[in-house]
Design a binder for this molecule. Structure first.
Ligand code: NAD
Ligand code: MG
Length: 401
């Protein structure tokens, strides 16, 4: 009698497992059977090695990697006796991403997510993409990586996940537009004068979503939506003019697709990232998840309004980057990451972030043409150096006055 072979559990890795997306991903995995249903290969983090080690032990990971080389010792001792490998540094992140998996969550924040996510894509994993910077900075290259590897690209960003759910790929020719919804963030109703003096803590307090600090502040400045416009253009192969943004303060309609017959299809749900994460994990099946169910009678109303591009210049900067193409997304994102850190560190004011990004985009030419990974990193680095100089100049001026 031959023994019937057991189906292998799906193998997965989570990059950025200690962050907001990463913790939500592990929560979804836990609900769907944990280490009995999934074989966890790599988990990664940066600062919080205690949490990373606890996660790795709880989910029986094969390897835990911290991006911070100085924390290797701390991670190694937290994992002592567990049999779980410890590693540190950016090369170790890429090495972990090259391990064969069926599914990989790209949940690292910022440009630091590009190299490991590209490595996992090239290797052929299905990529659950939370890290929008991969597409913003290196859209074409990233698509090429996915094609080379042969895995699927499943968007986790709630807007793009919503669009994925209602975008009829058989009717691609009749898709007229994509409408990204935006909550408007905590400063939707503030005047420009009031916005000039807000603090990082005020900016990080998102009205509807609980997310990492950086994306929360990007939501307040609408740089998050700016990145998402570029992300949508690459993901769904749209012309810049086909991408609209509408303010929807309740964050219930997660985004919409408009068709040539006038129909608009929307995806709705509670503002809970576990829906998008679960969708990407079990696609095309829908998992059972313990997220809040919408009660339409209690909701009573859904509001929509046009964004104010004067108070939120980030949206116009995104259009500029989309229309110029080439390395413009990498330049916008590199400058934005420096400006955001400078705002968090108290070096510049909230409204100065967009000024700095605009000046960097003015000064760095970013023609079209073929884009290599080296060119992306060079554009990113040039934008960062210039943004840093602008931050220092502004800090020096404000000290002098
Ligand atoms: P977070 O700050 O909560 O977590 C970021 C993760 O990346 C952590 O594990 C951290 O240790 C790791 N990390 C930070 N810097 C790193 C570096 N230099 N190298 C390697 N790892 C590093 O962020 P988040 O809110 O979970 O967001 C993660 C990504 O997902 C971002 O790109 C964000 O824009 C996107 N996203 C997040 C949400 C959300 O609800 N949080 C929604 C949509 C998209
Ligand atoms: Mg989003």
């Amino acid at each position: 009698m031959t023994e019937r072979s057991q189906p292998q559990p799906r193998s997965i890795s989570i990059f950025g497992s200690t962050g907001s997306i990463g913790c939500n991903t592990l929560d979804v995995i836990d609900h769907l059977g944990g280490s009995e249903a999934f074989r966890i290969r790599a988990l990664t983090g940066k600062g919080n090695t205690d949490l990373l080690a606890r996660q790795a032990i709880a989910f029986g990971a094969e390897i835990a990697v911290t991006a911070d080389e100085n924390r290797y010792g701390a991670l190694k001792s937290a994992l002592a006796g567990s049999g779980i490998e410890a590693a540190a540094g950016s090369a170790a992140l890429v090495e972990a991403a090259e391990r064969d998996v069926d599914w990989c969550m790209a949940g690292i924040v910022g440009m630091a997510g590009l190299a490991p996510t590209l490595a996992a894509a090239n290797r052929g994993a299905d990529i659950a993409l939370a890290n929008k910077e991969c597409l913003v900075s290196a859209g074409e290259l990233f698509h090429r990586g996915i094609e080379t590897g042969g895995g699927r690209l499943l968007p986790v960003d709630s807007e793009h996940n919503a669009i994925h759910q209602v975008f009829d790929t058989n009717q691609r020719h009749s898709v007229e537009r994509i409408i990204l919804t935006a909550s408007g963030g905590p400063f939707r109703a503030l005047s420009a004068a009031e916005m000039a003096s807000v603090t990082p803590d005020m900016a990080a307090a998102h009205p509807n979503w609980s997310m990492g600090t950086k994306i929360s502040i990007d939501s307040a400045s609408m740089f998050n939506k700016a990145l998402e416009m570029i992300e949508a253009m690459h993901l769904f192969d749209m012309h810049p003019d086909q991408i609209e943004v509408v303010i929807h303060p309740q964050s219930v309609v997660h985004s919409m697709v408009g068709y040539s017959d006038g129909s608009v299809l929307a995806q709705l749900g509670a503002p809970d990232m576990r829906t998008a994460i679960g969708y990407s994990l079990t696609y095309p099946e829908r998992p059972d998840l313990p997220v809040e169910r919408l009660d339409f009678a209690a909701l009573a109303r859904l509001d929509f309004e046009a964004p104010d591009e004067e108070r939120f210049p980030s949206l116009a900067l995104a259009r500029r980057a989309m229309n110029s193409g080439g390395l413009s997304g990498a330049v916008l994102n590199g400058a934005k990451e420096v400006a955001l850190e400078a705002f968090i560190d108290g070096e510049i004011g909230f409204l100065e972030m967009a000024d700095i990004v605009a000046t960097v985009m003015d000064r760095i030419g970013t023609g079209g043409g073929a884009v290599s990974i080296d060119a992306v990193y060079e554009a990113d680095s040039t934008a960062r150096i210039l943004a840093r100089e602008l931050v220092s100049g502004r800090s020096a001026r404000s000290l002098a006055t």
